[in-house]
Ligand binder design. Structure first.
Ligand code: NDP
Length: 255
């Protein structure tokens, strides 16, 4: 018999696709969704880069499929996601993302475009591909990984900031269109999470201290802090949440 708790939070029988699942937040989300009962489709640039996450999910006892794709390329996404309807994905996590640090006055357009393609255009294109199939299925849920820079300007990361403001916008736009078709769309805005993406900040002693001083919980977040929230947003318990950008930041935005 299914308990109330299981009926609200279990992902048994679901299939979740996670982009950027080779490491960091994406790898943690893929494993957490597997622990909650979902089979997983890992999306990454190479088979080798996904090996560790794949093994972890097999050890958890769930099935794994791989989709190889460089999400900075619209053509690569088109090709890799052409058969997505056949995979019958219930949960899409748009997590893949990249950052480039340079003052606005010195930012090269090539860098700007790479970040916008990777962090923003891919979110729309992959959501569109999966969302079309979810609309036909009559159900699905999408969780985008936004950022505190969906709300704030940041320092020396103008393209990243623009891309993440865009992710918050897409989240609400798609939620408005697809909520009545059985598909909810939300985002998580992580605070400062200890991954490769933020290694440069932790290596800068002064910057690290100023970041820590503003976090009421008093520590950097870890990928598992975000993964637990992704499980919640993907679960039946979150069925009436739609178009939300949920900050998970140890209290940073409250300061
Ligand atoms: P990591 O650098 O640890 O991981 C990034 C992931 O995205 C990797 O799996 C990487 O794959 C993948 N990726 C990057 N570019 C591409 C590409 N062109 N095609 C396919 N995959 C790609 O960073 P995080 O785990 O920290 O970041 C995950 C998400 O969380 C990002 O969207 C980031 O912006 C967001 N975020 C992170 C925060 C933090 O404090 N860490 C704060 C707020 C948001 P590969 O192994 O091939 O490089």
């Amino acid at each position: 018999m299914t308990s109330w708790l299981e009926s609200q939070f279990s992902l048994n029988g679901k299939k979740a696709l996670v982009t950027g699942s080779s490491k960091g937040i994406g790898a943690a989300i893929a494993q957490a969704l597997a622990h909650a009962g979902a089979d997983i489709v890992l999306v990454g640039r190479t088979k080798e880069s996904l090996e560790a996450t794949k093994s972890a999910i097999v050890n958890i006892g769930r099935k794994v499929e791989l989709v190889l794709c460089d999400v900075s390329s619209p053509d690569a996404i088109k090709e890799a996601f052409a058969g997505i309807a056949d995979l019958k994905v219930d949960i899409l996590i748009n997590n893949a993302g990249s950052i480039s640090r340079a003052p606005a006055a010195e930012t090269e357009m090539q860098d700007w475009n790479r970040i916008i393609d990777t962090n923003l255009n891919s979110v729309f294109q992959i959501s569109q591909a999966c969302g079309r199939a979810m609309i036909v299925q009559g159900s699905g849920t999408i969780v985008n990984i936004a950022s505190l820079l969906s709300f704030q300007g940041g320092i020396n990361v103008p393209a990243y900031t623009a891309s993440k403001h865009g992710v918050a916008g897409i989240t609400k736009a798609l939620a408005n269109e697809w909520g009545s078709r059985g598909v909810t769309v939300n985002a998580i805005a992580p605070g400062y999470i200890s991954t490769d993406n933020t290694a440069a900040l932790r290596a800068d002693v002064d910057r690290n201290a100023s970041i820590l001083a503003r976090i009421p919980i008093g520590r950097w977040g870890n990928p598992e802090d975000i993964a637990a929230v992704a499980v919640f947003l993907a679960s039946p318990a979150a069925r009436y949440i739609n178009g939300e950008v949920l900050t998970v930041d140890g209290g940073w935005m409250g300061r």
